[in-house]
Design a protein around this ligand. Structure first.
Ligand code: PLP
Length: 362
């Protein structure tokens, strides 16, 4: 990415764009889906998903199982969409059964695949089966901001209509891009949608991207980074290996949390995220824990967000990461917990993760 800025109307860009789009489609798990890419972030991608597929007054089913799910629903609400927001305990997944029980003639369903504020992954394949069993056919809009590139995603098989993400998590880049994968059905629908939209109108964008260009100035240097990140994921390591590595490292972190005798925010083992782990603290204020880990160890942990502020901290384990980095992180967390006055046996989590890595094999 550290290069001279190219002319975004010049001859170099299309080759980069077309390779990026082809590899993004592999990461989304689609042959039919089209990829739209803007300068922006996940929040922009939420807006794009909403304004291109829904009209004011359309009824949408959404689930509040974390701050990002709540904010995604808020975006729809701000555009005049009638959102039925179902409360779910923060720390639980959106279950297929819940979807089945709440779905009643909605135009779309919004779900966050991996809720970053709680470390919980919802079962999109199961949700798809529940929708199918209901005999209804709402659009399925899925936030993959903290899952894409870290966990398997099957856009075509799960018949997702819009999957949205940003560049800064599993795609291992700095912030800067909003990305949507769009099904043929969502594309057709967008042609009839009248919700006012301009920058995030994917119609002109997708038309220009066919030829490798963009209607507005794209983040050109980030495009180089994206090309390289996707080569690393798709060509060099291979997606299956990437997902396996994330499962293995996440399991290492989970073994450490258990050795510390700390509570996971997510209570269902099967639904614990492979990209981050949210841990509940009994005594320490986690804002203070974060301050100490940053100040003394240069270790950046995730805060408890919104109603979880001060009560939860999050360990990220996604992207370019290996066993050694996980062990170092766990060692740092143990020290920070100790500094913050939480009961923890130094070395216990590191040893538990080491034993897991040995048991899992090399
Ligand atoms: N969705 C999820 C699941 C997220 O984790 C985030 C941010 O962390 C967002 C959406 C919002 O994305 P951004 O902060 O890139 O605008």
């Amino acid at each position: 990415m550290d290069r001279a800025v190219i002319d975004h109307r010049g001859p170099e860009l299309p080759e980069i764009t077309l390779e990026v789009v082809a590899n993004l489609r592999r990461v989304f798990g689609t042959e039919e889906g089209r990829v739209a890419l803007w300068a922006g972030s996940g929040t922009g991608a939420w807006e794009a998903a909403v304004v291109n597929t829904l009209n004011p007054g359309d009824r949408v089913l959404a689930f509040n199982n974390g701050i990002f799910a709540e904010k995604f629903a808020e975006v729809a609400d701000k555009f005049g969409i009638a959102v039925d927001l179902v409360d779910v305990r923060w720390g639980d997944a959106v279950s297929p059964e819940l979807v089945a029980s709440k779905l009643k003639g909605h135009a779309a369903i919004q779900v966050v695949h991996n809720e970053t504020s709680t470390g919980v992954t919802s079962d999109i394949a199961g949700i798809r089966r529940a929708i199918d069993a209901s005999g209804q056919d709402p659009l399925l809009l899925v936030d993959t901001v903290s899952s894409l590139g870290s966990m398997e995603f099957c856009f075509d098989d799960w018949r997702v209509d819009v999957a949205l993400t940003g560049s800064q998590k599993g795609l291992m880049l700095p912030p800067g891009m909003a990305i949507c994968c769009v099904s043929p059905r969502a594309l057709e629908r967008s042609k009839k949608v009248t919700t006012p939209r301009s920058f995030y109108d994917w119609g002109p964008l997708l038309a220009a991207m066919e030829g490798g260009y963009f209607p507005a100035t794209p983040p050109t240097l980030e495009m180089y980074g994206m090309r390289e990140a996707l080569r690393m994921l798709v060509d060099e390591e291979g997606l299956e290996n990437v997902y396996r590595r994330h499962r293995r490292l996440a399991e290492g972190v989970r073994h450490a949390v258990e050795a510390w005798d700390k509570e996971f925010l997510c209570h269902e083992r099967e639904r614990m995220s492979n990209s981050l782990t949210a841990v509940v603290c009994e005594t320490a204020n986690t804002d203070e824990l974060l301050r100490l880990s940053e100040a003394h160890l240069n270790l950046s942990l995730g805060a408890g967000l919104a109603r979880l502020k001060g009560k939860v901290f999050r360990i990220g384990h996604l992207g370019a990461l290996n066993e050694l980095e996980v062990l170092a992180t766990l060692g740092g967390v143990e020290l920070a917990l100790d500094m913050a006055g939480e009961k923890v046996e130094l070395g216990s989590g590191v040893a538990a993760a080491q034993k897991w890595f040995r048991q899992d094999g090399w």
